[in-house]
Design a protein around this ligand. Structure first.
Ligand SMILES: [Zn+2]
Length: 260
């Protein structure tokens, strides 16, 4: 069986019917667990609803790097209201729902457009402290700030960490390995040398598969869905020269280690 440790099944991208269909497809493909990640007030509440409705969906609540979210609003991906919330209130909400969630995510730092304010860093540090307090793994987004993200996590001695779609340089991969953190490999690894190299580098005991649905699909311009996580597993099997079943078993053991 397969696990998708990072997906977004937001109303921005999927209608109720499309979510229902995606869940059915996942089931058909033997994808038994899907971790739906929240980004803000609106999606966090939606994630909780999904987890209540579908037993295969597990909830992760998060606060996406604030200014990167603002860029997405400008690009028309999200509505203006999606950045209108108080991060401290949202942290309280996450804490209140600690028994309903499996992880904290998606959280992290994004400096893509050279966002220079301290706000992202302040929120991120508060989130790491909360994750330790409520003993939940962190699902991390880092873009153009990979070294800083690793430094902050090390400073707080974060133990349960999944680097989602890690695009940092090879020199940083060793740090992830040494810290015994995990990399979740997105389905676009089918067309990315970077992720194929990352699979080669990381031990089996530190890997997961993810879709980041609706993004990062195996084929360019395809809308991604959890059923496709199988493609990541196949790529891991090919690179590690293992049977698919062995990869399934390994990643299931990783899941138990990390989340249960
Ligand atoms: Zn994501």
């Amino acid at each position: 069986m397969y696990l998708d440790v990072h997906a977004h099944l937001d109303p921005y991208f999927f209608t109720e019917e499309q979510i229902e269909a995606a869940i059915k497809n996942a089931e058909k493909n033997n994808v038994k667990i899907i971790i739906a990640n929240g980004l803000n007030k609106e999606t966090n509440r939606h994630v909780l609803q999904l987890a209540k409705k579908y037993p295969q969906i597990k909830a992760a609540l998060g606060i996406y790097p604030w200014e990167a979210m603002m860029d997405d609003v400008k690009a028309g991906h999200y509505k203006e209201e999606s950045i209108n919330f108080n991060p401290d209130e949202e942290l309280k909400f996450i804490k209140k729902h600690k028994n309903d969630i499996i992880a904290i995510g998606e959280v992290g730092i994004d400096q893509k457009n050279e966002h220079k304010t301290r706000k992202q860093f302040e929120i991120f540090e508060k989130i790491i402290i909360l994750a330790k307090e409520i003993e939940k793994p962190l699902i991390i987004h880092s873009r153009k700030a990979e070294a800083e993200v690793i430094d902050i996590l090390e400073k707080h001695q974060a133990k349960k960490v999944i680097m989602h779609c890690f695009s940092g340089k090879k020199a940083l991969w060793q740090k992830i390995r040494d810290n015994k953190w995990y990399c979740s490999i997105p389905t676009n690894c089918t067309r990315s040398d970077h992720f194929q190299e990352l699979i080669k580098f990381m031990p089996m005991t530190q890997l997961f598969g993810e879709t980041d649905s609706p993004f990062l699909a195996p084929q360019k311009d395809q809308k991604n869905e959890p059923a496709n996580v199988v493609e990541t597993y196949k790529m891991i099997a090919k690179i590690k020269k293992m049977e698919l079943q062995e990869v399934e078993n390994s990643l299931w053991m990783n899941y138990q280690e990390m989340f249960l």
